[in-house]
Design a protein around this ligand. Structure first.
Ligand code: NDP
Length: 240
């Protein structure tokens, strides 16, 4: 990916843009929201989710919350209208037994809800979609998780957004407050030395990922569809 100069926060703020987020209550979503609100980048940030959350503090004044029924998203088409930029970081909880333990549930959230959100966003006028996918995503993958992610990427491309930024992080390093994913917890512990000696190889700190997803909105478009792998995420997330 080209490393075109990024706008300053002040230059971007002057463009008066609005954003939506789907998945703002998740770990990645929370970090993106903090990045967005700390930097006051958007006039409004519409959080589209299945539940409302209490946000206290002046920096959250730009937030509008919309509670939707994800099984009936077409009836909420209005909430997807008139956003310049959209961040989608939705994902089903993988649980303790691995991501393939409940494939229909995984597919429903990670594919169906994501694709319907993208479709409505495009119809509503969103120009730039920032989509959280995963490393090794491929429609031809043998692993169902990677396959679902790959199918989502292909279908999102077909919507023809003016700009689509696909993020393919490796393992996201985060301390979850309500840690219930034993497999993920062990994986992160095992990968901690790798993260130390080879920071961009198999892991990415969640703050770096969130900053990268936000920074991409401030970076001039290089191509209609851009795919950021783990190393590119580290580079983009390192920019201030
Ligand atoms: P979280 O599990 O922390 O958050 C998931 C989000 O999706 C939450 O906002 C949650 O809402 C929402 N969600 C989950 N199920 C439903 C549902 N049935 N209906 C409506 N909303 C739902 O996700 P992460 O931030 O850890 O991961 C985000 C994405 O990144 C996922 O797609 C994941 O596959 C991908 N990814 C993760 C990696 C990792 O190492 N963890 C690595 C690479 C990619 P609520 O708060 O209401 O539950």
């Amino acid at each position: 990916m080209a490393t075109a100069a990024m706008q300053t926060d002040e230059e971007f703020i002057a463009t008066n843009q609005s954003a939506f987020m789907v998945g703002a209550t998740g770990e990645t979503g929370k970090h993106i929201l903090e990045e967005l609100t700390n930097r006051k980048l958007f006039q409004t940030i519409t959080l589209i989710g299945r539940r409302e959350v209490t946000y206290e503090g002046e920096k959250y004044q730009s937030i509008v919350q919309k509670v939707v029924d994800f099984d009936n998203l077409d009836s909420h088409a209005d909430v997807f209208k008139n956003h310049d930029v959209g961040f989608i970081c939705l994902g089903a909880r993988a649980g303790n037994t691995g991501v393939t333990s409940n494939l229909p549930a995984l597919r429903k959230v990670d594919h169906d809800y994501v694709i319907k959100s993208a479709e409505l966003a495009k119809a509503g006028g969103c120009r730039h979609l920032v989509l959280l996918s995963a490393m090794k995503a491929s429609k031809d993958a043998s692993h169902p998780y990677s396959k679902i992610k790959g199918e989502v990427e292909e279908e999102a491309k077909a919507f023809g957004f003016d700009r689509l930024s696909i993020f393919q992080p490796a393992v996201i390093m985060v301390d979850r407050k309500d840690e219930t994913r034993v497999g993920e917890w062990f994986l992160k512990k095992a990968l901690a030395p790798v993260a130390f000696f080879f920071p961009t190889a198999l892991t990415v700190p969640i703050a770096t990922l969130a900053r990268a997803m936000v920074n991409t909105a401030l970076t001039p478009k290089d191509q209609d569809v851009e795919v950021l792998d783990n190393k590119a995420i580290h580079r983009m997330g390192g920019k201030k």
